[in-house]
Every structure is written in C-alpha cells, then in structure tokens.
Design a protein around this ligand. Structure first.
Ligand code: ATP
Ligand code: MG
Length: 448
C-alpha cells in the first residue's frame, strides 16, 4: 500500500539541487566580504536554552512572545528554543569561550537558519536564513560605520541597486528612562484602543508598542514622541560621530526616527537597509548596537554591535533586479560506451579525469549509446566520446564538441586529460577576450 504523502511544514522552503548554487554563491560572497573586514565565521547550535532568548531578545518582544519554536526532547525535561536570530548564540558563545578576553575588537560572522512562527508570505518564512556579523569590544562610532559598511559592501559586490540605508539612535538606559516615561504617558491616553499585548507592554516596555504590527497600535505610534528628542549628550555625540563618518566615506543615509527594531537588546545606533523590490517585507538587513547585552548575559561588560541580512529576501531582490548568478560548470566530458569491456574502460577513464580535476561522467544505467548521448545532451556535457570494441582495439576515439559538432581523433589513454586541459585554457582565454575586448587582451599579452 502506498504511504500517505508527507509535505514540508508550512512556511519552510526546500532549496533544490538545481538552485543551491545560488545560495552557495551568495553565502561565499557574504563570507568573503566579511573576511575583507576581518570577520571570521562562527557556528553555534540551532537550539539553545529557552532562557537565553528570553533574556537577550527580550521576553516582551513579538519574537519571544509570539514567534518562538519550543523544543523538548521526548525524554528530557529541559526546554529549548530554536534560534529566532543569530546574536544571542554568538554572545553566549563569546562569553562561554572567553573570546572577549582575547584581542579586541572581536569580529565574528555567521550563516544560520532561523525560526519564527509568523504568517508565511513572500519574503516571510517560518524557517529562513540569516547572514550576520557581530563585533565586540569597540565603543567608537567608527565601529558602527564599519559594520554598516560590511552590509553595504556585500550588496555592492552582488550588484544590488536601490538599497537605501536608514539609521536612528535609540539611546542608552540613561536617556531611555526619560523617553519611556514620555511614551507611557502618550500611550496611556489611548489605553482603551491598544491591543492586549501592547496594554501589557505599556508599563514594562513601552518602546515595543512602536514595533507592534496591529493597525491601531501602529497608527497611534505615528504621533508618539520620538527617541531622538530624548538622547543624552553621550548618545547624541555618538550618533553625530556615526553620521559624520558615513558622510566622510560617502555613504548615503537617511535618519528615520521611527526605527526602534524588534529586539530588546539594541542601544544607541540602529539601522536598516531597505529595498523597494520586496513589497511589504522591505527590510533586507537590520542591525545596531547592543552595549549592555554581554553584561546582561553574564559576561564582563563589553560593547557590541552587528546586523543580520535575510538571505531569502536578498535572493528575491537579486531575482527582481535580474542579477544573474553564475551557474556551476557543466559536465566536461561524457564517455559513452558500447558493451561491458568498453563500460569498464569508461569507468576507469572518468575516474582518472576526476583525479585531474575534470567533471566527467560515464553510463551508469546500462543504456543504449543513443540513449546515453541523449542523456549527455540533457546534462549539458561539453564533450562526448564513444567507446566500443574498435576504439578499445585501436586506442583512439573521437572527441566530439557538442556545441560545434566538431570531432577530433585522440589517443584516449595518453592524450585525454591533456586535450581537455588545452581546451579549458583556450576557452578561458576566449572568455577573457570577450570580457575585456580583443585589443585589451592583445596588449596585455604584449606587455607580458
Ligand atoms: P521584519 O520587520 O520584516 O519582521 P525583523 O525586524 O523582525 O524584520 P530582524 O529580526 O532584524 O528582522 O532580522 C534581520 C533580517 O532577517 C530581516 O531584515 C529580514 O531580512 C530577515 N527576516 C526576519 N524575519 C524573517 C522571516 N520571517 N522570513 C524571512 N526573513 C526574515
Ligand atoms: Mg519580524
């Protein structure tokens, strides 16, 4: 009896073998870009103690109150959470392994799946992926700007257009106290209109109301006092320092006093990169400072800051902007064979070629030569060669260029790898000529 089909959970996406090259490309670019700024990859578990997220992300945030996935081993007692973001784990790990006692600033980055129980829609999933960076130990506004530059550099490397940077400062605990008072007073006038969650937040954490997605709360938030008017001198100076440096480097930005970010740990600078290719989910990257978080999580006090880019959203923008991601090289040579002895020889030859670094294939299906050639075509093999009894006897076979149809006779035992190597070099030279123009290449050769 056929089993019932089990489907992937709602809000998740399979990354199929035909599209994974796009992810590999973007992830490679992300790690390479981070590397240019001195950020090294860190990998932390997909699940952590539930308290880690409650204490860092904050237990009055939407992420913790509404979106967490809880995990409990069938036989265990401990409650874990699937990570909804990457900072909490990175901070935990940095403290646990005494990384903050080493050379500062500490610069780490990560690529990780994240889990949030949200209503799935385009660019909003329940399992999604983030590339993020975190920097610890640096107070200076230069650090804020360096972190912003990592994201910007990545977008530029990938060729994204029309990504705008919005920044704000949400102050430190000192200035926040005054601001909280003003916010509570403001929202209290409308306590009969606020949603249930925000009513609870009114005394505990009124800034979270600014981040509420319910239509009434977000309408009321529009006229709420803005945090920029409440900054203490230290926070003001820091924010000015960030803006001055952005201008000095030539990075366009806008100050958006409504950005508060959805996670509790932020202090001072917060920022978002926005794209108009994403519809309602316009934020492709969010980040900021979290100067109190390390201490709050049990480490010695150390400032921190970082950002996370949503990779699904990044790929959506690339798609919308028609940015082509280079496809992996297709099969260099398919060796078709007729009969057992020829198939054995084909197996041996493709293995030798792979040791030389060529992508080569032979028949694994016991197909007719005609069907093997059809398959070679399907996988886009650049060259094919047919081995039969007479080829085995003579030691020579015809190497066929599948694009031009041209054939050349070669001694397959002695010349195969060398011939493929020559072809590869020739193709690379032609591509260079295409990219730079024949004349430029000719002058380059002359210079040599
Ligand atoms: P949003 O306002 O869109 O819900 P957020 O403020 O909750 O975003 P962050 O917690 O700052 O997002 O996460 C950083 C980035 O991760 C976002 O800018 C976005 O690109 C991506 N992201 C967040 N939640 C999701 C999700 N459910 N699905 C896909 N990507 C997401
Ligand atoms: Mg969100």
């Amino acid at each position: 009896m056929a089993g019932k089909l089990i489907k992937a959970p709602r809000g998740t996406q399979d990354i199929l073998e035909t599209e994974s090259y796009q992810w590999q490309f973007v992830e490679r670019m992300a790690l390479e870009t981070a590397g240019l700024f001195g950020f090294s990859e860190m990998r932390t578990p997909v699940f952590e103690q539930m308290d880690l997220f409650k204490r860092s992300v904050g237990d009055t945030t939407d992420v913790v109150q509404k979106e967490m996935y809880e995990v409990r081993a069938e036989k265990g007692k401990d409650l874990y959470g699937l990570k909804p973001e990457g900072t909490a784990g990175a901070v935990r790990s940095a403290i646990e392994h005494n990384l903050l006692k080493g050379a500062l600033p500490l610069k780490v980055c990560y690529i990780t799946p994240c889990f949030r129980h949200e209503r799935p829609q385009a660019g909003r999933l329940r399992e999604f992926h983030q590339f993020g960076v975190e920097m610890f130990g640096a107070q200076s506004p230069s650090a804020d700007v360096e972190v912003i530059c990592v994201a910007r550099e990545l977008f530029q490397m990938l060729g994204l257009k029309d990504i705008t940077l919005n920044i704000n400062s949400i102050g430190c605990p000192t200035c926040r106290a005054e601001y909280h008072k003003a916010l509570t007073e403001y929202f209290r006038q409308y306590s009969d209109q606020l949603c249930g969650t925000c009513l609870e937040r009114l005394d505990k954490n009124p800034m979270r109301i600014l981040d509420c997605k319910s239509p009434v709360c977000s309408e009321l938030a529009k006229n709420a006092p803005v945090v920029l008017d409440y900054l203490c001198d230290d926070c003001k100076t820091h924010f000015e320092g960030v803006k001055t440096r952005l201008e000095a480097i030539g990075i366009p930005y806008q100050v958006d006093p409504t950005i508060v970010r959805g996670l509790d740990y932020y202090t001072k600078t917060v920022f978002e990169f926005i794209s108009n290719n994403l519809g309602a989910q316009s934020t492709v990257c969010g980040g900021g400072r979290y100067d109190g978080l390390v201490e709050q999580m049990g480490g010695d006090p150390a400032p921190g800051l970082g950002f996370a880019v949503g990779l699904e959203r990044l790929l959506l923008i690339m798609q919308a902007q028609g940015i082509e991601i280079p496809k992996p090289e297709s099969c260099e040579l398919f060796i078709a064979s007729m009969g057992e002895a020829a198939n054995i020889r084909a197996c041996k030859l493709v293995n030798e070629l792979r040791s030389e670094g060529f992508y080569a294939e032979c028949d694994l299906m016991g197909r007719s030569v005609k069907a093997q050639m059809k398959y070679a075509n399907k996988i886009g093999a650049k060259y094919t060669m047919v081995l039969g009894d007479s080829e085995l006897e003579s030691g020579t076979a015809k190497l066929k260029d599948m694009e031009s149809g041209e054939e050349r006779e070669i001694n397959f035992q002695q010349e195969l790898a060398q011939t493929l190597y020559d072809i590869t070099i020739q193709r690379a030279t032609e591509n260079l000529a295409d990219d730079f123009g024949g004349e430029a290449l000719a002058s380059m050769m002359e210079m040599k």
